[in-house]
Design a protein around this ligand. Sequence first.
Ligand code: SF4
Length: 131
Amino acid sequence: MTYEYWIDQHQLKHKKIIEKLHFLSDNEIIEYFDFNNMVKNEIDFCPLYKENKKCHDVEKLNCYLCACPLFRLSAIKSSCAINSRFGGEFKTDDGFVHQDCTNCHIPHKISYVRKNFSKDWGEIMKFVKLV
Ligand code: SF4
């Protein structure tokens, strides 16, 4: 699965949930994307939900962003726009250098979600795909 395909598919999933929650306030929508609530009510949103497993060891993990608006994707590598000290990188056999966000919790914290909130997930992620 390519990064681009994942981004496009995730945007569709996210949009479907936002449309369903049209009667909620922004804060209520953010709370709805709390990991524990999503596991109960949106099992298909993330493959880890079936195992009740978190992608990052964050106590109050928020799944609203899932990806990171600071992630940058080019033809030869992925990287972090702020060179987060929690980030890293690894290389695959095809020579592509991947940004490793395993140890970075920045986009999974509710405070960060609130600061970058938009009901349009694609708008939040608009700088990810470098043209
Ligand atoms: S999750 Fe962290 S390391 Fe990854 S792109 Fe975002 S800020 Fe950078």
